[in-house]
Ligand binder design. Structure first.
Ligand SMILES: Cc1cc2nc3c(=O)[nH]c(=O)nc-3n(C[C@H](O)[C@H](O)[C@H](O)COP(=O)(O)OP(=O)(O)OC[C@H]3O[C@@H](n4cnc5c(N)ncnc54)[C@H](O)[C@@H]3O)c2cc1C
Length: 469
């Protein structure tokens, strides 16, 4: 058994909170330091004028039954199941997401012919000279042909990440496209097999009240009940080290400087933020790796509508490239409790990088732009926007899996392993494009590895080819 009995957790998102809860349960002295005024990180919820809203759509689900049961305990009865509806809106029509073969039949006869013709050509080409899975574009074209790639996959991905698909790693396709190929799509539509290798989540958990942030508040409640401390509004600025030990964490709260130390530090801060906080001893290759990693932020534009509902969907993807908004979601379809009676709210997402044209655009202009985008698609009549809207900007929303990210992440993780009393985990701490359940599993894995001295490896969670849909 290790002798350490105190831990400082940097970041109060789901990874940090879930780890902290396990340590408090085991009797450790736990302090969580969170920059924002509330816990939850990317899975936070907010309330305004009778509306409850999240940072984009959040469906809660794990492939592990034990984790789903754990979520129900943390939510303390405040949960319900939802039957998922998410679609693609393109060329004036809704298409299923994930795609079904019948969707291809919704296209014009010429596009249907081209889709199947391209697919056959690419399969023959691949049989003669195998197309490498060396980037997102090749991965999709090899499995679906160029026409479907351009229509359904390429345009959306290019628009959302703002870089050409030849510069995006095939890892992303592996984890985010449920279908194996056009042929797989046809088979699944015609024969509806029982045991499909990559199923997507059809039913998920969602809090009855309070939005997805209720999960993080549940963790905070459990941590505090067991004697742990959660400090919000406290921003970690730097860490001191001696040899292989982190000796102090310095943070700022309400303009005052504070320091804390503990036997163990669990960091869920972005890797690119944590490493520079270690000061001058950081080796050059780690500094270069930090510079090589890219994050995307999101501008969330919330539109309050004077109607019961806009679409029945939980979320809708909008691939058309001339439209800035790439996805909309409607929280009243997750829980009717998210808006006053007779009203709804649409969250329109625009991926953006801190400082770019959407990031710096005035809020009123963003609201106008989102409303005009949805009006152009004939999804919304701007006259329904009686109650207006507001905007939130979130940095570090997505780690970008480009062609070099793996090497950079490896360099940083290897450097951080030189500290014997610090672990970096979570979506940000591993630069891992995972879901909420993955972050919780990472938090639990870190705690179990230390508390039970087990070999469980948090770095392997959400690292493989499994589908995350
Ligand atoms: C738009 C969107 C939609 C999503 N939809 C889904 C979904 O449907 N289903 C699903 O399962 N997952 C979804 N996810 C993913 C999910 O939200 C995340 O994987 C999960 O919430 C990440 O938790 P985390 O604790 O690992 O990281 P984070 O939530 O990023 O937590 C890191 C924490 O560190 C804090 N922090 C940062 N810097 C400092 C500092 N200097 N000092 C102190 N604190 C600091 C941050 O404020 C944050 O609270 C979605 C994500 C996004 C962006």
């Amino acid at each position: 058994m290790p002798t350490s009995r105190s831990v400082i957790v940097l970041g109060g998102g789901l990874a940090g909170l879930s780890a902290a809860q396990k340590f408090t349960e085991a009797g450790w002295t736990v302090t969580v330091i969170e920059e924002r005024s509330e816990v939850g990180g990317l899975a936070s919820s907010y309330e305004s004028d009778g509306y409850t809203y999240d940072l984009g759509p959040h469906r809660l689900y794990s492939n592990l039954d034990s984790l789903n049961e754990h979520f129900k305990v943390v939510l303390d009865g405040n949960w319900d199941y939802r039957d998922r509806l998410s679609r693609i809106f393109m060329k004036g029509a809704f298409f299923d997401y994930p795609l079904k073969a019948s969707n291809v039949l919704q296209l014009s006869p010429w596009l249907i012919f081209r889709s199947f013709f391209d697919y056959i050509v690419v399969r023959i080409r691949n049989a003669i000279t195998p197309i490498p899975d060396d980037n997102f574009e090749n991965w999709v074209i090899k499995r679906f042909g160029r026409t479907l790639y351009e229509l359904f996959f390429g345009t959306y991905t290019r628009k959302a990440w703002g870089i050409p698909c030849t510069q995006i790693s095939a890892d992303w396709a592996n984890q985010r496209i449920s279908l194996l190929s056009l042929w797989d799509t046809v088979k699944k539509t015609l024969f509806k097999p029982k045991n499909v290798p990559r199923t997507y989540v059809t039913r998920f958990l969602y809090p009855k009240t309070g939005g997805i942030g209720a999960l993080s508040l549940g963790y905070q409640r459990l941590i505090e009940q067991e004697g742990g401390t959660v400090i919000c509004g406290a921003s970690v600025r730097s860490l001191d080290s001696e040899g292989s030990q982190i000796t102090a964490v310095h943070y700022e709260k309400d303009g005052a400087q504070h320091s804390a130390s503990a036997d163990l530090v669990v960091s869920t801060l972005p890797l690119t933020m944590l490493v520079p906080m270690l000061g001058e001893r950081v080796p050059v290759e780690a500094t270069e790796a930090v510079q090589g990693l890219i994050h995307k932020g999101i501008v969330f534009v919330y539109l309050m509508l004077d109607r019961e509902t806009l679409t029945p969907d939980h979320w809708v993807y909008i691939p058309e490239e001339h439209i800035a908004v790439h996805r909309i979601s409607e929280f009243t379809n997750f829980s009717r409790d998210c808006a006053p009676p007779g009203k709804t709210m649409v969250c329109a997402e625009i991926t953006s990088t801190n400082g770019d044209k959407y990031w710096t655009m005035e809020d009123d202009d963003l609201i106008k732009l989102a409303a005009e985008n949805l009006a152009e698609l004939k999804l919304l009549d701007p006259s329904e926007l009686k109650d207006g809207g507001f905007v939130r900007r979130v940095d570090y929303a997505y780690p970008i899996y480009d062609l070099t990210y793996r090497g950079h992440v490896r360099t940083l993780i290897e450097y951080l392993r030189t500290f014997s009393n610090m672990v970096s985990t979570g979506r940000q701490g591993l630069f891992r494009y995972g879901n909420m359940d993955h972050s919780v599993a990472m938090g639990h894995a870190v705690a179990r590895r230390i508390l039970e001295d087990s070999a469980i490896d948090h770095e392997q969670i959400a690292a493989g080819d499994e589908y995350f849909g």
